[in-house]
Design a protein. Structure first.
Ligand SMILES: [Zn+2]
Length: 151
């Protein structure tokens, strides 16, 4: 905490404090930040506060607290994104493993279509199905396998 207070003061080009003043200041900061910012995030929060800081005043414990709240919000967002991606992948996997999930290709990746020739006679053809995520998932799987083999 003393190190952080020292840094806040030197970054702002403010006159250095005596050891006693520094100790008092650090204790004040610690009292306020103790319950709010987990110790392992103190450095991060301070760095971010210093970076986002727009005035010539030293970074205050208020800035550090705000910065930590932003860090926590970012982490929450990232966690949420990963969770959604996980569910999304799970869904894609389910669609593949359940052959009857995709009503057009039944999980094969190929669907039948009806086309018309020049004299308007219908004929059947087979094209890649893009109504489900078969091919997207398939290429993802290939990528994973090839990088796995190279190791
Ligand atoms: Zn399909």
């Amino acid at each position: 905490m003393i190190r952080i207070v020292k840094k806040a003061i030197s970054l702002a080009n403010a006159p250095a404090l005596t050891e006693i003043e520094l100790g008092d200041r650090a204790r004040d900061w610690a009292e306020v930040l103790f319950d709010v910012v987990p110790e392992e995030h103190l450095q991060d929060a301070f760095k971010r506060a210093a970076r986002d800081h727009k005035t010539s005043f030293p970074v205050s414990m208020h800035d550090v607290r705000i910065a930590y709240e932003q860090i926590a919000a970012d982490e929450l967002r990232e966690e949420k994104r990963l969770r959604e991606k996980f569910l999304d992948d799970l869904d894609a996997e389910r669609k593949l493993s359940n052959r009857f999930e995709c009503k057009l290709c039944f999980g094969s990746g190929w669907k039948e279509i009806t086309e018309y020739d020049s004299v308007n006679r219908p004929y059947k053809g087979v094209i890649k199905c893009h109504d489900c995520r078969h091919w997207e998932y398939y290429s993802e799987k290939l990528k994973q396998n090839s990088t796995g083999k190279m190791k």
